[in-house]
Design a protein around this ligand. Structure first.
Ligand code: 2DT
Ligand code: MG
Length: 188
C-alpha cells in the first residue's frame, strides 16, 4: 500500500548462528509473498571503509581498537541515507548484523581484559574463537535488556527450515506493526 514504510529487521547473534543463511531465506520468502524486501549486511565490505574493515578482519592489517570501532560505525552511517530512503519507500530491509554487533564485539574486547587469553580453532578471521564469541554473547544478552528495541529471541539450534518459519512469522508481524508507525531515528 502506498505511503507505508518498510520494517527494519536486524538479525544479530554470534558467528555461526546462521544469520546470513536466514537473512537470505527471509528476503526470498518475503519477496515471494509479494513484499518489497532487500538484504543489507554489516560490515558492508564493498565500500572504502568496508575494505579497511575487511582487511582488519582478515588479520591483514592492525587498527587500534577505538579507531576500528568508529570505522564500523562509519560503515553504518554511510548507508543511513539509503536505509532511510528504502524504508520510507516501503521497502523492508533485512540486515545481517547492525549496531548491536558493534557494541557486543567491542564490549567483548573490554571483557577480555579480565579474562585469560585462550585460543580455539574456531575460524580464520579475527574474533572467531570460542572465548571471544562467549564474551560477545554475554554482551548481546545485556543489550537485550534495552526495551526501546523490539527484540525477539530465536532458538538457532533448530533446523534451518524451522528457524526460517519462526523468523518469517515474526517478520510479518514486524512489517505490519511498522506500517502503523512513522520512521523514527535509528540506532547506529
Ligand atoms: P561477518 O562475519 O558477519 O562478516 O562479521 N563486527 C561487526 C564488529 O566487530 N563490529 C561491528 O560493528 C559489526 C557490524 C562481528 C565480521 C565480524 O565483524 C564484527 C564479526
Ligand atoms: Mg564471520
Amino acid at each position: 500500500m502506498a505511503g507505508r514504510r518498510g520494517a527494519l529487521i536486524v538479525l544479530e547473534g554470534v558467528d555461526r548462528a546462521g544469520k546470513s543463511t536466514q537473512a537470505g531465506r527471509l528476503v526470498a520468502a518475503l519477496s515471494a509473498a509479494g513484499r518489497r524486501a532487500e538484504l543489507l549486511r554489516f560490515p558492508e565490505r564493498s565500500t572504502e571503509i568496508g575494505k579497511l574493515l575487511s582487511s582488519y578482519l582478515e588479520k591483514k592489517s592492525e587498527v587500534e581498537d577505538h579507531s576500528v570501532h568508529l570505522l564500523f560505525s562509519a560503515n553504518r552511517w554511510e548507508q543511513v541515507p539509503l536505509i532511510k530512503e528504502k524504508l520510507s519507500q516501503g521497502v523492508t530491509l533485512v540486515v545481517d548484523r547492525y549496531a548491536f554487533s558493534g557494541v557486543a564485539f567491542t564490549g567483548a574486547k573490554e571483557l577480555r581484559l579480565a579474562d585469560a587469553a585462550r585460543r580455539g580453532e574456531f575460524g580464520q578471521e579475527r574474533y572467531e574463537d570460542r572465548a571471544f564469541q562467549e564474551r560477545a554473547l554475554h554482551c548481546f544478552q545485556q543489550l537485550m535488556g534495552d526495551e526501546t528495541v523490539n527484540w525477539k529471541i530465536v532458538d538457532a539450534s533448530k533446523s534451518i527450515e524451522d528457524v526460517h518459519e519462526e523468523i518469517l512469522a515474526l517478520s510479518e508481524d514486524a512489517i505490519r506493526a511498522a506500517a502503523q508507525r512513522p520512521l523514527g531515528e535509528l540506532w547506529k
